[in-house]
Design a protein around this ligand. Structure first.
Ligand SMILES: Cc1c2[nH]c(c1CCC(=O)O)Cc1[nH]c(c(CCC(=O)O)c1C)Cc1[nH]c(c(CCC(=O)O)c1C)Cc1[nH]c(c(C)c1CCC(=O)O)C2
Length: 355
């Protein structure tokens, strides 16, 4: 099936005119829309309460719990979009990869993928493998009404980094050794992950997600030449495969200042920017025709309110000439962030950009 034959998403028309989707489409907005990566999670006491005694991956498979956790930051902060509560390794778990999310560590893979034979761990993902996602998104879109829901998945490189290393890494030495030493195996691994990621995004869009974000969180570890040759083709395959749905596609990574133009080239409608590159410079690197998302340093929220406001002003000023700007942090909310600081930040952006 080519991208253009893709079934149309069950796009709830009530979300179409939201500030978030307008900004993604680079249309005029009533105010700059705001949401936060990792807005659902450990910064919220109500999250810690409902998660008590339930392991992370198990919580991702309970539709009522997923719905409640996804809605918590929307109720509390008045953000312009919800992000589906899950994790990038959920689709891998769903096809039977032996992995767990260890508190304070992150995803840990029992049998890391190092040889061609290890690829057998990765079969195709079917909607039945993640029926709880379809169910949760059905519940969520009803509750959310006019507030758009963002679906997401891990990009092939970031997923591969966990699968090859066996867990979080600072250097990605095993993944890079495969990329340089056995380019064919590497390309086959990323291609298989692209198909799994595509299937997972399609489930979310067909269930009612209004936009999707591809997290290539660790792509910043790569030089542009290696990103273009060994990573971009797999991410581009994902973006192309969901293009026909017409929902905005966001592409995000950390430390990707030198990759911004390539990340746009991969096929995104919106490029996420971390805090290291100001938005006016980011737009020059990405080029015309794409909206940008970002980019307040998440650690700024630990400073007094006046400092948060001054740094927020800087972001808004550097984004003032953008055609489409979605305000976000440059990476996820840190667990020890004061949730009230997030609520104040949303209100500040809304009032200072009201048109
Ligand atoms: C790299 C990555 C992962 N997971 C994710 C990424 C890409 C985003 C990024 O760059 O931060 C994506 C993710 N993970 C989670 C979300 C929820 C939705 C949201 O953004 O609000 C999203 C979008 C929940 C989660 N994912 C995880 C938690 C914490 C687990 C818990 O609450 O018990 C949550 C709320 C676990 C996880 N999962 C992962 C890590 C590094 C960790 C943290 C480990 C730790 O410090 O404990 C892998």
């Amino acid at each position: 099936m080519s991208a253009n034959d893709a079934p149309r998403a069950k796009q709830p028309s009530v979300t179409y005119d939201s500030a978030f989707l307008k900004a993604c489409r680079r249309e005029p907005v009533p105010h700059t829309p705001v949401w936060f990566m990792r807005q659902a999670g450990r910064s919220l006491p109500e999250y810690r309460k409902v998660r008590e005694g339930i392991p992370m991956l198990e919580s991702c498979m309970r539709p009522e719990l997923v719905t409640e956790i996804t809605l918590q930051p929307v109720r509390r902060h008045d953000v312009d979009a919800a992000i589906y509560f899950s994790d990038i390794v959920v689709p891998l778990k769903a096809i039977g990869v032996d992995l767990d999310i260890k508190p304070g560590v992150g995803p840990v893979v029992e049998r890391p993928i190092r040889t061609r034979a290890d690829l057998a761990q990765l079969r195709d993902l079917t909607p039945e493998d993640v029926s709880y996602v379809t169910e949760a998104i059905g519940l969520l879109t009803r509750e959310l009404g006019a507030t758009p829901l963002i679906g997401f998945a891990g990009a092939p490189f970031t997923l591969a980094s966990y699968l090859v290393e066996g867990g979080p890494s600072r250097t990605y030495e095993n993944a890079k050794a495969m990329m340089y030493g056995d380019p064919e195996l590497w390309a086959d691994l990323l291609d298989r992950l692209a198909d799994i990621t595509t299937a997972f995004l399609k489930v979310q869009i067909e269930a009612g997600a209004s936009a999707v974000q591809l997290f290539d969180s660790w792509a910043g570890a790569l030089a542009p030449v290696d990103y273009r040759r060994s990573v971009l083709p797999a991410s581009a395959k994902v973006f192309e495969a969901v293009a026909g749905y017409g929902v905005p596609r966001i592409h995000f990574g950390v430390g990707t200042g030198e990759l911004l133009s390539l990340m746009g080239e991969a096929g995104a409608d919106v490029v996420g920017v971390d805090w290291r590159v100001p938005m006016d410079e980011a737009v020059r690197r990405v080029g015309p025709g794409k909206a940008l998302q970002g980019n307040l340093d998440p650690t700024v929220l630990f400073a007094p309110t006046e400092a948060v406001e001054a740094k927020t002003r800087e972001v808004l000023d550097s984004a003032a000439d953008l055609e489409g700007h979605i305000f976000n942090l440059g990476h996820g909310v840190m667990p020890s962030t004061d949730p009230d600081a997030l609520t104040r930040l949303v209100e500040y952006v809304h009032t200072h950009t009201a048109r």
